[in-house]
Design a protein around this ligand. Structure first.
Ligand SMILES: Cc1cc2nc3c(=O)[nH]c(=O)nc-3n(C[C@H](O)[C@H](O)[C@H](O)COP(=O)(O)OP(=O)(O)OC[C@H]3O[C@@H](n4cnc5c(N)ncnc54)[C@H](O)[C@@H]3O)c2cc1C
Length: 388
C-alpha cells in the first residue's frame, strides 16, 4: 500500500520527514517555495541534542555523517557581564557529543542527499476532504491532490489555517542579526573572545549573543525588549534622545542605533556590532503555548508550523524528531492497510502536542529570564541547565 504523501516545506522538519520515508522506500513529494537550495542564506548554526535532533538523524541513518560534519567544540559557552568580565566559561569535556553544532547549510545538504525536492513550488492553500483527498493549491495556479498533506512550512504556515485559527503573536523581544566573516584572520581579539563556541552578554532588557559557525563565520544576535514598531521612533519607543525613525535597510543607521541601544557595554562586545555586515530584523513571534487542533483527516503539521516557540535551542530539534516519528508511523501504516494512515497521524499529533507543549513552556519562561530587567536571571538560568 503506497499512500500519496506531500510535505510542504523543505526545512529541518520537512526534509527529515522525507528522508526517513525515503529510507523506508515510501514515495514522498517535497514541495518547497524557495527556488533553489541556496536561494537565500541558510541562517546560523544549530545545536542538535542527543535525545532530539540526533535521535531523528539516527532514524534517517545519518548519524555517522552528522558526527563527521558537526562541531562538538562548538558547545563551548562563555558568559560576560556588560563590563566584559567573564562570569562563566564552559568547555565541553573530551568526547562530549550531547549538543554538537552544525551549520544549517550543512544540515540541509545532509538531509537533502538523494531527495528529489520540487523547488519553487509555493503552496497557497490546503483544502481537506475533497472527493479525491486533500487538495493543495500552488502560487502558480496549479493544484494537486494527495492522501496526506504535511505542513512543515514554518512560522507563517499556509497549511495551518486548514486546521487551526491560531496565528503567531509577538513576544515583546526583537533580534537584530548580523554576521562577522573571517573572524580568525580579520578580528583575532574577537576570535579569542568567542573561543570555539558562543559568547553571551546579558544586560537590562538587552542581550548580545555571538555564535561561531564553520569557516570563521560568526552570527551575532542583538536582542532587546521593544514594541514591535520600535524602529519607527527611537526617541519615543527606546528612549534614544533625538533619534526619530530608523530605516531598517540602512546598514549604517541600524549599526548606529544598535550601538546607541547598547551604549556603555564593553568595547570588545560592541565590536561585534561595529564589524557586523548586513543587519536582519527578526521580531520574535510564537504560537500559543499549548497549540492543538481538532484532528482533520488528510492534513497535519510539524515543527514551527505546529508550535512556533522562542529560539532557545530546541525548535529545529523538535521539528526533526517529529518529522522522523511521523515518517516512521506513515511507513508502518502503509505496511498495514488503508484505514491505518489516519489513525497513525492522529496518534502522532497527540504525542507531538504533549512534548511540544512542555518545551513551549520552558522556552517561553526562558526568554523571560534571558532578556529581562534583571540580568542575574539569565546567569541563573544557565547555571540550572549547564552541566557543572
Ligand atoms: C535566531 C534563531 C536561532 C535558532 N537556533 C536554534 C538552535 O540552535 N537549535 C534549534 O533546535 N532551533 C533553533 N532555532 C529554531 C529553528 O530555526 C526552527 O525551529 C526550525 O527551523 C523549524 O524548522 P521547520 O522545518 O519547522 O521550519 P523552517 O525552518 O521555517 O522551514 C520551513 C520551510 O518551508 C518553506 N515554506 C514556507 N512557506 C512555504 C509555502 N507556502 N510553500 C512551500 N514551502 C514553504 C520555507 O521556505 C522553509 O524552507 C533558532 C531560530 C532562530 C530564529
Amino acid at each position: 500500500m503506497r499512500h500519496r504523501i506531500a510535505v510542504i516545506g523543505g526545512g529541518p522538519a520537512g526534509l527529515t520527514f522525507a528522508r526517513v520515508l525515503h529510507r523506508h522506500d515510501h514515495p514522498v513529494t517535497v514541495l518547497e517555495r524557495d527556488a533553489a537550495p541556496d536561494a537565500r542564506p541558510p541562517g546560523g548554526t544549530l545545536d542538535l541534542h542527543e535525545g532530539l535532533g540526533q535521535l531523528a538523524l539516527g532514524k534517517a541513518g545519518l548519524l555517522a555523517e552528522f558526527q563527521a560534519l558537526s562541531r562538538p567544540e562548538g558547545q563551548a559557552m562563555r558568559i560576560l557581564d556588560v563590563d566584559g568580565t567573564v562570569l562563566r566559561d564552559w568547555q565541553p569535556r573530551p568526547g562530549d557529543r550531547a549538543n554538537p553544532e552544525i551549520d544549517r547549510g550543512h544540515l540541509r545538504d545532509l538531509l537533502l542527499g538523494p531527495l528529489d525536492v520540487q523547488w519553487g513550488r509555493g503552496v497557497t492553500e490546503v483544502v481537506p476532504g475533497t472527493r479525491d483527498g486533500v487538495l493543495i493549491r500552488f502560487a502558480d495556479g496549479r493544484q494537486e491532490t494527495f492522501d496526506l498533506a504535511v505542513g512543515a512550512d514554518g512560522a507563517w504556515s499556509r497549511v495551518r489555517p486548514a486546521l487551526s485559527s491560531s496565528t503567531p503573536h509577538y513576544t515583546g523581544v526583537t533580534l537584530v542579526e548580523t554576521s562577522v566573516d573571517d573572524i580568525d584572520t580579520r578580528h583575532p581579539d574577537l576570535a579569542r573572545l568567542i573561543g570555539d563556541g558562543s559568547v553571551a552578554v546579558y544586560g537590562v532588557n538587552r542581550a548580545l549573543v555571538a555564535q561561531r559557525n564553520s569557516g570563521g563565520h560568526v552570527k551575532v544576535y542583538a536582542q532587546f525588549r521593544a514594541p514591535l514598531d520600535w524602529h519607527t521612533n527611537l526617541d519615543r519607543h527606546m528612549g534614544l534622545n533625538r533619534r526619530a525613525g530608523l530605516d531598517l535597510a540602512d546598514v549604517e543607521a541600524v549599526r548606529s542605533s544598535l550601538l546607541a541601544l547598547f551604549d556603555g557595554w564593553a568595547a570588545p562586545v560592541l565590536d561585534f556590532l561595529r564589524h557586523g555586515t548586513a543587519f536582519v530584523h527578526r521580531p520574535l513571534y510564537v504560537l500559543p503555548v499549548s497549540h492543538t487542533w481538532a484532528h482533520v483527516p488528510g492534513v497535519t503539521l510539524l515543527g514551527d508550523a505546529a508550535h512556533l516557540m522562542p529560539p532557545l535551542g530546541v525548535g529545529a530539534n523538535l521539528a526533526m524528531l517529529e518529522g522522523a516519528e511521523l515518517a516512521g508511523s506513515v511507513a508502518a501504516a502503509a505496511a498495514s492497510g488503508p484505514g491505518d494512515l489516519d489513525e497513525a497521524v492522529r496518534a502522532f499529533e497527540e504525542q507531538m502536542w504533549v512534548r511540544a507543549g512542555k518545551w513551549a513552556k520552558i522556552t517561553t519562561a526562558g526568554l523571560e529570564r534571558l532578556v529581562s530587567p534583571d540580568p542575574t536571571e539569565a546567569l541563573a538560568l544557565f547555571d540550572e541547565v549547564q552541566p557543572s
